[in-house]
Design a binder for this molecule. Sequence first.
Ligand code: GDP
Length: 207
Amino acid sequence: SKIQQAKFFVTVNHLVDLPKDPIPEIAFAGRSNAGKSTAINLLCNQKRLAFSSKTPGRTQHINYFCIPDKDETLLGHLVDLPGYGYAQVDFKIKAHWEKLLSSYLQERAQLKGMVLIVDSRRGLTDLDRNMLEWFCPTGKPVHILVTKADKLNQSDKALVLKSVRDELKLLNSTKPKFGTLTAQLFSSIKRIGIEEADDLVCKWLGL
Ligand code: GDP
């Protein structure tokens, strides 16, 4: 897959510093510890492209990875959004996080779709719902990776996937202008769902 060519590009702390080129990008979002960095690294087939950040102070960064073609022209960007939901984060950091993420999701023209990483043992949380509330009105597609599926038995996996899909269906039925909202099971450890996720990201980027 072309996204396996991904390389680190730039770290951004403020919206004004976002890359200006009209290159299509896909954003990865999720609660901290949901498995976002692991999923990005697996999709890009690299060990340490995305880093999981355990320090609340570092939650505000947006990391850009670029996908070059053979001749080094840029095909797209993968965007690693700051993980959210740390227990001990002060008010100022939370406010900064909200402004950064909501503005990015609502206004970023280059953004083609959002991949939302959700821990299968937790399901969708209110912070994830915030992300959907900000992004869905843009009419762009969302794909949820219900990850760490290896931690659940068959029936619990099916239950959590159904509950996520039901919630997406409900969102879609109330607001018909929303983009397609989909979900799948994913596991980095058992390598479940990698091809499905990869296909979608490539499709969104036009690769
Ligand atoms: P992030 O904070 O969202 O970037 O989360 P990480 O990718 O750092 O993952 C958080 C923890 O979950 C790490 O200890 C990972 O090894 C673990 N993890 C990530 N993906 C999976 C998975 O699919 N299955 C299992 N069992 N553990 C996972």
